[in-house]
Design a protein around this ligand. Structure first.
Ligand code: IMP
Length: 178
């Protein structure tokens, strides 16, 4: 069950206006590939790409480390690879949330071997106190405490992705995790 709303829909949308403006200032008219990390980033990338110009393309990658539980297993695997070759491209990874940093660290290692022209990261949410591995974040939406959150693409056992706000899940429900 939802315990409380942490970040409202209006706050999310206002933050995306700001971030899109920074991205436009940084990349100008250069072609930019937004690489969304499935599944949690599907809403944020759709809202972000519509704020950017027609030099933007979108691709998806799926990396799994969680199963249905709440904590990263550290066993990170690519489930769905990109469709395109990123050699020579400017790539901006779009992450829903960076928690321990293990998922992103692994993804960055793989993508660097493919020789993009540049590789940066936008994380809508970051939990700095939960970090196990240092990962560079170029754009951050919100820094949040180390609580389990759902909504706006983020799930608990595949539920709640469709919430418009980002909310904290009650301990009762999350303790039922496998
Ligand atoms: P990390 O490898 O620990 O940084 O975990 C990153 C991934 O774990 C994210 O892309 C999410 O899929 C998932 N995750 C981490 N924290 C949360 C949360 O609070 N709610 C929902 N998913 C989360």
């Amino acid at each position: 069950m939802i315990q409380s709303i942490l970040i409202s829909e209006a706050q999310i949308q206002a933050k995306l206006d700001e971030i899109a403006e920074q991205i436009r200032a940084d990349y100008g008219d250069r072609p930019l590939l937004l690489l969304a990390v499935l599944k949690g980033s599907f809403l944020v990338v759709s809202d972000l790409c519509r704020r950017l110009g027609d030099n933007v393309t979108v691709d998806f990658v799926q990396v799994s480390s969680y199963g249905n539980g709440r904590k990263s297993s550290g066993n990170v695997q690519i489930r769905k690879d990109l469709d395109i070759n990123i050699e020579g491209l400017d790539v901006l990874i779009v992450e829903d949330i960076v928690d321990s940093g293990q998922t992103l660290d692994h993804l960055l290692q793989i993508l660097r071997t493919r020789n993009p022209n540049s590789l940066k990261v936008f994380a809508l949410l970051s939990k700095p106190t939960a970090r196990v591995l240092h990962v560079p974040l170029d754009y951050v939406g919100f820094e949040i405490p180390d609580a389990f959150v759902v909504g706006y693409g983020l799930d608990f056992a595949e539920r709640y992705r469709n919430l418009r706000d980002i909310a904290v899940l009650s301990e009762d429900e999350s303790s039922l995790a496998p």
